[in-house]
Design a protein around this ligand. Structure first.
Ligand code: ZN
Length: 289
């Protein structure tokens, strides 16, 4: 069901005009915008951020490995899902991976900054994309699965987002999340990325459960690279030079390929049932109660 963001009543309709109050969402750049007041407020990201991201993702070991992990998790825990909403889809790299892996899955993507959606639209013909505030999701019991990948750590009111995700998932549906792990790994990279927090495992689990989900799997990943990550982040903390937050992406193709191989091995272990206690990121899978 759709949810009117003006009168907050649910309705079934092919279009977005609310049958109760006649409200219609705004349109920005040809796409529905449910929080137009926020669409252009992307000062959290420097100009050109999305362009550079779109350029780097496809070849970078971190984004590629995360996609493989998400595709596996979707297949493993939600094989019957018919539709999927990604919150904070950015340039659409995850959605394009899911589209290839699950051609029958109906995909939708949202982003608070309308700039990222231009890149996503080019990558994802036929996928419904819209601008929204994750704290006000305009759906009720609509999706089998909702994902937010490295998004919650940007939002002060992460629990509001989780509660909204709960409202927007169907019965028997669930959520897939990734977030940065461990407070002790906080570094200038987190400041640069405008993170509000990195998560402790217990904290993420408690917040997800309070929102009305049961956690079915939680594991760290980027675990086998943790020693390297700690070296890199610690260096950034003590260095007096100006930080280059993109340094972790600008690595040689040999190193990139090697790191990807390590994460392939790590994923094999996760698939076999091993949950890592520590790592750069956390993956959480939960079902709606
Ligand atoms: Zn209405």
């Amino acid at each position: 069901m759709k949810l009117c963001i003006s009168c907050e009543r649910a309705f079934e309709s092919n279009d977005w005009r609310c049958p109760h109050c006649s409200h219609e969402p705004s349109v920005i750049d040809g796409r529905f915008a449910f929080a137009p007041e926020l669409a252009r407020e992307s000062e959290g990201f420097e100009a050109g951020y999305f362009a550079r991201l779109a350029d780097q993702e496809a070849g970078n070991f971190w984004f590629r490995s995360r996609n493989h992990l998400l595709i596996w998790a979707l297949q493993q825990y939600f094989p019957k899902a018919e539709n999927f909403l990604e919150i904070g889809c950015g340039t659409g790299f995850v959605l394009s991976g899911l589209k290839k892996a699950f051609p029958d899955l109906v995909l939708a993507g949202s982003e608070v900054f309308s700039e990222g959606l231009d890149f996503a639209a080019a990558r994802l013909p036929g996928v419904e994309l819209f601008q929204m505030d994750a704290r006000r999701i305009p759906f009720r019991e609509e999706f089998d699965l909702i994902g937010a990948f490295d998004v919650l750590e940007h939002i002060n009111q992460d629990e509001e987002v989780l509660a909204q995700m709960r409202e927007a998932t169907r019965k028997d549906g669930g959520i897939l999340l990734t977030v940065p792990h461990h407070r002790f790994l906080w570094s200038p990279v987190d400041d640069f990325a405008r993170h509000v927090r990195r998560y402790e495992r217990r904290e993420l689990r408690a917040k997800v459960e309070r929102a009305g989900f049961s956690v079915v799997r939680i594991t760290s990943f980027i675990s086998l690279l943790l020693p390297l990550l700690m070296l890199s982040r610690f260096k950034q903390r003590v260095t007096s030079e100006e930080i280059d937050p993109s340094a972790e992406y600008n690595i040689s193709s040999l190193l990139n390929a090697t790191l990807e191989k390590v994460l392939d091995a790590e994923r094999t272990a996760i698939r076999a049932g091993l949950s890592f206690p520590a790592g750069g990121s956390l993956l959480l899978v939960a079902r709606r109660n």
